[in-house]
Write a protein that binds this ligand. Sequence first.
Ligand SMILES: CCCCCCCCCCCC(=O)SCCNC(=O)CCNC(=O)[C@H](O)C(C)(C)COP(=O)(O)OP(=O)(O)OC[C@H]1O[C@@H](n2cnc3c(N)ncnc32)[C@H](O)[C@@H]1OP(=O)(O)O
Length: 218
Amino acid sequence: MEFRLEDIDPDEIERRLAVVEPLTDSVRGLIDAVIRSEVDDAVLDRARARIDEITAELRVHQKPGGYGTPFTRDLRGMPWGNAATGLRNPIAPPLRPEHGAGVSTGSVHLGAAYEGPGGLVHGGVLALLMDQLVGECASTIVNMPHFTGTLTVRYLRPTKLGRVDLRAEVTGTQDRKTFVHVEVRDREGVTADGEAIMIRPKDFPGRDEVLAAIARTP
Ligand SMILES: CCCCCCCCCCCC(=O)SCCNC(=O)CCNC(=O)[C@H](O)C(C)(C)COP(=O)(O)OP(=O)(O)OC[C@H]1O[C@@H](n2cnc3c(N)ncnc32)[C@H](O)[C@@H]1OP(=O)(O)O
């Protein structure tokens, strides 16, 4: 978890998102089309060549490594490469968590790209979404980044592809540990639940800048 201050204003954030969110959505559509397309091999070959051309164009100027977790002076996070929530990441569904008092929720549509057993959501994808939500839930209530130390998941019954709702709730805190319960539902009810032990790390890259931003927020 490497945090980095990027001192930009809300208008600049919106300007950037107005360009990259539609691009990310288009690539999500492409992923789904590649999985489900039944066109001829020649059409698939032609598509590959065109996609390779676009990839080369985008690679002309790139960040080293991952996208990172930049945040603004007033602690607005921009983890746009995140595998669960990233607004620039076409493999993120994306989950868009909402936070209340000790409770975080989020809904996603999980299509063909998230399939495990036929017609059902992959268990690892559910764990990914739970991991993110418990992380944000603990981090928001204590207002400091938390890492997942332990996440125990119980798969109660298969989760159908389609709309999936998640809810996480803090159940307790003890020193640097926060305990979180999390549930996943498909259209027929609860399919999985989990218990997480979230830990506020002693140190992480960018900690001082995060603390300064927290001190600035009302
Ligand atoms: C506002 C911004 C929003 C920012 C919002 C950010 C949201 C991000 C959400 C993303 C969620 C993720 O994917 S996180 C990525 C997956 N997780 C990781 O990569 C974590 C890798 N592990 C680690 O970095 C480390 O092991 C930590 C940080 C978990 C713990 O290291 P530490 O801080 O040195 O811990 P340590 O002093 O040894 O122990 C402290 C206490 O925690 C307990 N403890 C230690 N490790 C564990 C463990 N794995 N499971 C359970 N309990 C543990 C110890 O027994 C001790 O309890 P006691 O003796 O005091 O009782």
